[in-house]
Design a protein around this ligand. Structure first.
Ligand SMILES: [Ca+2]
Ligand SMILES: [Ca+2]
Length: 214
């Protein structure tokens, strides 16, 4: 009886999962496109994100500053890592991202509720090669045992935030919120990265930049 219930439950779950796929619509593609975005590239984008009800939760246009990140290495949500591949400079896309490729059942902060489908209008401004010698893993692993502990990750994040605050990169309100949510952020990183749940992120598990020569 219990086994039967479990099979049914698993089937329903799989069906919901399969139905929620990433949708990528090309709104504008330039005639000339020599270079297309690929895994490891640094992309500079403008984006506007909305929820199903049309409420905008974030836009780089409001800040008048495009957003730069490395594609395909887990710096951004999976919907972006997968939905922004093979893109031309000046190309515009609409992404519809199901929760499991976005912020999942937990949501993010006060702005994105759990289980939310995300809609993004994006424009690719620039593609550049990945930064040299980006070895974030080594930087975080302060005792060099090839494992990242919660303390090491926590310390690294704290340093990053202080640096960002000093250079005025983040708005101070945002920064305060991030510092307040600091422990939660560490937990979220471990949820995502510590695949075998042994309390440490190994070199293999780590999805960020970890190579000496790129
Ligand atoms: Ca370590
Ligand atoms: Ca682990």
């Amino acid at each position: 009886m219990i086994a039967k219930f479990f099979v049914l439950f698993a089937m329903c779950w799989a069906a919901t999962w399969a139905a929620q796929e990433l949708k990528v619509e090309k709104v504008y593609v330039p005639e000339v496109c020599d270079v297309k975005s690929k895994k490891g590239d640094q992309l500079t984008m403008h984006y506007t994100g909305t929820l199903d009800n049309g409420n905008k939760f974030d836009s780089s246009l409001d800040r008048d500053t495009p957003f730069t990140f490395q594609l395909g290495v887990g710096q951004v949500i999976r919907g972006w890592d997968e939905g922004l591949l093979d893109m031309c400079v000046t190309e515009k896309r609409k992404l519809t991202i199901p929760p499991q490729l976005g912020y999942g059942e937990r949501g993010a902060g006060n702005v994105i509720p759990g289980g939310a489908t995300l809609h993004f209008e994006v424009e690719l401004i620039n593609i550049s090669d990945s930064p040299p010698n980006a070895n974030v893993f080594k930087e975080i692993d302060s005792d060099s045992d090839n494992q990242l502990s919660r303390e090491e990750v926590s310390e690294y994040l704290r340093k990053q935030m202080v640096e960002a605050e000093q250079t005025g990169a983040g708005e101070s309100e945002e920064m305060k919120k991030m510092l307040a949510d600091h422990d939660k952020l560490v937990e979220e990183i471990f949820q995502h990265e510590d695949k075998d749940k042994n309390g440490f992120i190994s070199h293999d598990e780590f999805s960020g930049p970890k190579h000496d020569e790129l």
